[in-house]
Design a binder for this molecule. Structure first.
Ligand SMILES: *Cc1c(COP(=O)(O)O)cnc(C)c1O
Length: 361
């Protein structure tokens, strides 16, 4: 059995080099005569690994001084609730720009702690665009503005970072963090579930500006307070040690590949290959997302004849192209092209699409 090309939306493909390295050191990590999962997170070896992972991430993203990096748990979804808990006074307004499923969910979870105001939404067009910045209804007194830079289900991505004035900009980057260079200084807080572009599920990465950690809008148990995690170097309690370790290996791999500029080049190449194939298919394959908002991470498309979609998915799987079934909310096909998916995988999918069209035209 050999590994197939994996287009899973998440948990998603990990770099093969990272898996091989983890396999090689699984039984005896770093001379510990035990695996990395079986040693104390407070031991010297683990602490050094953890610090190196953070340093590598800081280098990759050129994180400026004044930001903390946190290695958390709970998935991105838990932080939909925990962010307003930490940053909003009861009923204080927080602005949400919604361009897909995840932004909608973030706003809905925030409503338990904040006046979660949808400042702009592209729901009316079926989430096929990014709401025009000129039309965002932002309140300068809002606790923050929340955006989702890449909507994993709707295949919509925001390029660049919007100017929202002095209000802190918060971004759920679960499915596009580390896919291109980023100006972190534009953001108050960035968070991402690890299982798309970083490592295994169960780990959440957060990059947060220190002044935001000084907000204490309500009494909270320590276990929910970001400031406590920051003060304890993310070791308030036992962290996800395996996830942290694999994330660290992924950061090293990214550095060896040439960093985020090289990742951006590859990600653009992969996405352009597939969108070009869709656009040149004479309507056989279709994608309704506005060209400027098309995601480089999640390429979604439909077949003109929807009856053929399950056939496409099944035949692709036989041909070694895994997990192409679209999200249950939208149907269709979705190819996720995170960092660990090589350009050859996108080429193989493009060729399969041409062959499928020829034989099922
Ligand atoms: C997958 C995803 C989530 C949900 O992540 P969990 O870790 O399962 O909670 C949230 N936001 C975006 C953009 C995602 O892609």
């Amino acid at each position: 059995m050999s590994r197939a090309w994996n287009f899973s939306a998440g948990p998603a493909a990990l770099p093969e080099d990272v898996l091989q390295r983890a396999q090689a050191e699984l039984l005896d990590w770093n001379g510990a005569r035990a695996s990395v999962m079986e040693v104390s997170h407070r031991g010297k070896a683990f602490m050094e690994m953890a610090a190196r992972a953070e340093a590598d991430l800081r280098e990759l993203l050129a994180i400026p001084p004044g930001y903390k990096v946190l290695f958390l748990q709970g998935g991105a979804t838990q932080h939909f609730a925990q962010i307003p808990m930490n940053l909003c006074a009861d009923g204080q307004r927080a602005d949400y720009v919604v361009n897909g499923h995840w932004g909608e969910k973030a706003a809905s979870e925030a409503s338990f702690y904040a006046d979660a105001h949808v400042a702009a939404s592209s729901k009316a067009d079926g989430y096929t665009s990014i709401p025009d910045r000129a039309k965002w209804e932002l309140d300068p007194r809002a606790a923050y503005v929340h955006i989702t830079t890449n909507e994993t289900i709707h295949g919509v991505e925001m390029q660049g970072s919007p100017d929202v004035g002095d209000v802190p900009l918060i971004a759920d980057m679960s499915s596009d963090i580390l896919s291109h260079p980023l100006d972190v200084s534009k953001f108050g807080l960035i968070y991402a579930g690890a299982q798309k572009n970083i490592g295994p599920s169960g780990l959440v990465l957060m990059i947060v500006r220190e002044d935001l950690l000084e907000r204490h809008p309500r009494p909270l148990p320590r276990i929910f307070r970001y400031a406590e995690y920051a003060a304890a170097d993310s070791m308030l309690n036992t962290p996800n040690t395996w996830g942290w370790y694999l994330a660290g290996l992924t950061f090293q791999w990214l550095k060896h590949q040439g960093g985020l500029a090289e990742m951006e080049r590859r990600n653009r190449t992969k996405a352009e290959l597939l969108y070009a194939a869709i656009d040149a298919s004479g309507g056989y394959y279709g994608n309704r997302v506005q060209p400027a908002a098309r995601s480089r991470m999640n390429v979604i498309f439909n077949l003109q004849d929807a009856v053929l979609e399950p056939v496409f998915v099944a035949e692709a799987e036989k041909a070694g192209l895994l997990a192409l079934k679209g999200h249950r909310a939208l149907g269709g096909i979705r190819a996720s092209l995170y960092n660990a998916v090589p350009v050859e995988a996108a080429v193989a999918l493009r060729d399969f699409m041409a062959e499928f069209r020829r034989t099922h035209g």
